[in-house]
Design a protein around this ligand. Structure first.
Ligand SMILES: [Zn+2]
Length: 116
């Protein structure tokens, strides 16, 4: 699984990694856009400090699945640093991770019914 911010520079690195994995026959599950959108903790306004949609566009160009986006939020950073990553819970911050997991499971086993 490749994780990249939406910036061109980061996507250039991701593209290099994907090229290398392909040469070495390492299976690629897909691409995740990290730090995708920032919700202001004061007013809730969403901004895109690293741009938006770059990883999804790159996934399309490289013909690999786009698995989803993880937003840049203070709470994800705080919980992760505290050793309780939101992905392990069922709060609002877990949703992007659940969606990515769901996408992966469906891709690996299309007939499986989801229990989320
Ligand atoms: Zn604000």
């Amino acid at each position: 699984m490749i994780v990249s911010t939406p910036q061109d520079l980061a996507l250039i690195d991701a593209t290099r990694a994907i090229d290398l994995f392909r040469k070495m026959d390492v299976p690629i599950l897909g691409l995740v856009e990290n730090m995708s959108g920032y919700a202001c903790p004061h007013c809730g306004e969403i901004s895109d400090p690293f741009g938006a949609g770059g990883a999804e566009a790159a996934a399309k160009v490289m013909s690999i699945p786009f698995l989803g986006r993880v937003p840049l939020t203070l709470s994800i950073r705080r919980m992760s640093d505290a050793g309780t990553p939101p992905a392990a819970g069922d709060g609002e911050d877990a949703k992007p991770f659940l969606q990515i997991a769901q996408q992966l499971i469906e891709q690996l086993n299309p007939k499986r019914q989801m229990a989320f």
